[in-house]
Design a protein around this ligand. Structure first.
Ligand code: CA
Length: 233
């Protein structure tokens, strides 16, 4: 379950955030002050993926909450909400460990898109941690370097786009498992991506040209008819 902590003192905005993030599939915990947000974080033993913090909060302000949460967790994704007039606060916020900020007023789609994008980065980081801090994942002659995001085949570096890298990382984290086009799309492009699944096929074709000895007879990136694709060693 992906869980987000919201800190916002204005009831209307808080409810707007809660409704839209719940609708987008998040488990939402909301607090109406900075102090309460910190209490919630403790109550859930820090089990949050993301926090969306308004900067202007009574008692403890959002920047202080941001700094506190960042000191407790390096993996938590933090988004700050700022007013247009708070340019300096944006910079302070990023210095204090926020990952992103949204300027008020914002639309539901902007909120969800930004939260989804950050969640993807957080989840990817966690997956890397679960890979036992491995810097490289190796299958046979193909090595994926997670730190510099490079792929090597028989020692030769193959340049990957961001999306191609994410697809390869997804394959390498699930070797031998069939991954549907929808899963690959959500993983590499994000849950909120509205485009067609055909884009997955296009990227798979490109990856095959980079990875396979003979792209028309793939040995690694295998099509599973009617289901999707899988990585074979
Ligand atoms: Ca406020």
């Amino acid at each position: 379950m992906k869980r987000v902590l919201i800190a916002e003192d204005e009831t209307a905005i808080r409810e707007f955030e809660v409704i839209n993030l719940k609708r987008a599939g998040y488990d939402v915990v909301d607090a109406e002050s900075g102090k309460k947000a910190l209490e919630c974080f403790e109550r859930y033993n820090g089990d949050f993926d993301l926090a969306v913090l308004d900067i202007m909060l009574p008692e403890v302000d959002g920047l202080t909450v941001c700094k506190e949460l960042r000191s407790k967790s390096s993996t938590l994704g933090i988004i700050l909400l700022t007013a247009k007039t708070q340019e300096m606060d944006k910079i302070s916020g990023l210095m204090l460990g926020a990952d992103d900020y949204i300027t008020k007023p914002f639309s539901p789609s902007e909120l969800v898109a930004r939260v989804d994008a950050l969640y993807r980065r957080v989840a990817l980081n966690l997956m890397r941690t679960e890979n036992n801090f491995k810097e490289e994942i190796k299958f046979d002659e193909v090595v994926l370097n997670l730190r510099n995001r490079a792929l090597k085949k028989r020692g030769k570096i193959i340049e990957l786009t961001q999306v191609e890298f994410q697809i390869m990382e997804y394959f390498f984290s699930n070797p031998g498992t069939v991954l549907s086009r929808t899963q690959i799309l959500h993983h590499a492009w994000g849950d909120s991506y509205q485009g067609e699944e055909k884009i997955v096929d296009v990227n798979i074709r490109r990856l095959r040209m980079k990875v396979e000895d003979n792209p028309s007879v793939p040995q690694h990136i295998i099509t599973v008819w009617g289901l999707g694709y899988k990585w074979e060693n």
